[in-house]
Write a protein that binds this ligand. Structure first.
Ligand SMILES: Nc1nc2c(c(=O)[nH]1)N=C([C@H](O)[C@H](O)COP(=O)(O)OP(=O)(O)OP(=O)(O)O)CN2
Length: 394
């Protein structure tokens, strides 16, 4: 079991840019602006940031400081070609300089709109190549019912969702697709392969087949679980888009499925409201006082597909099996939990892991944020080691 704990931070920034290298007439060639979001995942030694438990907030403060020069700025004054990918490289370099070993960045991301962004992922081992992934998100409104669920299961009734689908595309830096800095605002490779217009064109016929339809009527989707839909999309897109790395189906606001052509990974998200004090914080530090957070917890599970039910593990079962743990967390003071030393985000994630491994052995990753974008990601990959494949963004 390879356990890894990453601290997560997020920093919004507002900025203007012009991507001059795009095809004539491309709208991003004109001066325009975005509400960007920068994200970082880093492994930090305990105590980094002042005391044991301060790491997550310290990373958040550092990320905001590093991003600050870009806030309310003209990005072309900082970078010749301020694409999402080159902003990610800019961020990776500056954050790397600001962090010192043994602290280590695992990933940085730049999101330029609600529907588009780039993730720059460091290799697993020193010397491994960094990889850049571009993602784009699409929406569809559809009805469905799950055909093989027990008679009293609510998803057996006809119902519907505003689904979102995220396509993750790998940019191979060593190929002729051009260096990482060439990838323009989500477009892959100025030198060639694929731009947002091409990806939208690949998506359009699929959208036409799925949107404002009953998914059960679509050939191949007779039992349209998130898993089946992710697989169906993969099968249709991959031959035309060899760089496709993952399809993610967001079925509800709290549940969905990733599929990478091999492995299904589902998630179920919950929120809980808790009080805490960090006793490790020094005298006078506000975090020593009783305070509270609105936590968001995302459990990730890896499991084989049940061919009859068409899913891996029922989202409803994840929620039900987690309920006893949830009840200990929600509307409670975390310092009162047994065997939780001091309820920092990292310690709390480790505590939750101990509570779920018995009842939900398929859980191999959990993401816990104490406020938007700030928290930890604990991964132990007990069920599905990466088998030497390049790591997908976390
Ligand atoms: N592994 C899967 N489990 C379930 C799927 C699925 O596609 N794959 N689908 C369903 C239902 O279609 C359902 O609409 C979504 O389930 P769930 O998350 O349980 O929905 P809730 O509205 O109850 O969500 P809460 O946010 O927890 O209230 C069921 N399972």
């Amino acid at each position: 079991m390879s356990e890894r704990l990453f601290h997560l931070a997020e920093a919004p920034f507002q900025a203007a840019r012009r991507i001059a290298a795009l095809a004539p007439g491309h709208r991003a060639g004109r001066l325009h602006g975005h509400s960007f979001s920068a994200r970082a995942l880093a492994e930090l030694p305990p105590g980094w940031g002042g005391f044991d438990g301060a790491e997550t907030e310290a990373l958040d403060v550092l990320l905001k400081r590093v991003i600050d020069p870009l806030d309310y700025a003209d990005l072309n004054a900082h970078l010749p070609l301020p694409t999402d990918a080159s902003l990610a490289v800019w961020l990776r370099t500056r954050l790397g300089n600001a962090l010192q070993a043994p602290a280590a960045i695992a990933q940085v991301g730049i999101q330029s709109t609600a529907d588009q962004g780039v993730e720059l992922v460091d290799g697993e081992a020193p010397g491994d190549d960094q990889r850049v992934y571009w993602w784009r998100r699409f929406e569809l409104e559809a009805a469905h019912r799950l055909v093989n669920v027990p008679a009293d299961h609510p998803c057996g009734r006809m119902h519907g969702h505003g689904f979102a689908v995220r396509l993750l595309v790998a940019l191979d830096r060593s190929s002729d697709q051009g260096p990482i800095d060439d990838a323009a605002s989500g477009q892959i490779g100025e030198s060639g392969a694929l731009g947002d217009a091409q990806l939208d064109a690949l998506w359009a016929p699929l959208h036409e087949r799925l949107d404002h339809r009953c998914l059960n009527d679509v050939p191949g989707l007779e039992n349209p679980t998130s898993e089946r839909l992710a697989h169906w999309l993969w099968e249709r897109l991959k031959p035309q888009l060899p760089a496709l790395a993952q399809v993610s189906v967001y079925e509800t606001a709290t549940a969905g499925c990733h599929y990478d052509g091999q492995t299904y990974r589902i998630w179920k998200e919950m929120r809980f409201e808790s009080a805490l004090r960090l006793r490790n914080a020094p005298d006078g530090d506000a975090r020593r006082r009783l305070h509270g957070h609105s936590y968001r917890l995302r459990l990730h599970l890896t499991a084989p597909l049940d061919e009859v039910l068409g899913w891996t593990v029922d989202y409803g079962d994840v929620k039900r099996l987690f309920k006893p743990v949830y009840d200990e967390l929600d509307h409670h003071e975390l310092n009162e939990l047994e065997q939780l030393s001091d309820p920092s985000a990292a310690n709390l994630a480790l505590w939750i892991r101990e509570q779920v491994v018995g009842s939900l052995p398929q859980v191999d990753r959990l993401e816990l944020t104490e406020r938007k974008g700030r928290g930890v990601l604990l991964s132990w990959d007990a069920v599905a080691p990466s088998n030497g494949k390049p790591r997908l963004p976390l």
